[in-house]
Write a protein that binds this ligand. Structure first.
Ligand code: ZN
Length: 135
């Protein structure tokens, strides 16, 4: 059980929150210019990082506000909680985030090869809430 520190309410039990998927996935600047592959990558393909991972959380039974959290996916250690729309706190130390919906293999994935979108064994992630829906 995680004890999550909501930026508005303070420390609360994990059961009060909902996971919102990977943070910092920008909406395409020109959605009409994306081909099907690029659009599918924006909608369904997310990093599967081993280690520090930036993710969105909703305090659904509290203040009902979205926020970002930097969490270690191995140890579950919560390294930072920060508002929507702000940069990842360890961005300087981590690999640079391109900030665009690129079709190039994701260079931020560490220790593994880039995800193969032609594979058939992957399962699409649940539909995430919009980035920066509320602040
Ligand atoms: Zn809250």
């Amino acid at each position: 059980m995680l004890l999550i520190s909501c930026p508005n309410c303070g420390s609360r039990d994990e059961t009060e929150f909902h996971y919102g998927g990977q943070a910092h996935v920008p909406y395409p600047e020109n959605p009409n210019e994306l081909n099907d592959r690029e659009w599918a990558e924006f909608l369904f393909y997310r990093d599967n990082t081993k280690g520090a991972f930036a993710e969105r959380w909703l305090h659904s039974t509290g203040c009902r506000q979205w926020f970002n959290m930097l969490r270690d996916t191995v140890t579950y250690e919560i390294q930072a909680v920060y508002p929507m729309g702000t940069a990842r706190p360890d961005a300087a130390a981590a690999a640079p985030d391109s900030g665009t919906a690129s079709t190039a293999p994701d260079s931020t994935t560490t220790g593994t090869t880039a995800p193969d979108i032609s594979g058939t064994s992957t399962t699409p992630a649940s539909t995430p809430a919009p980035e920066g829906a509320t602040t």
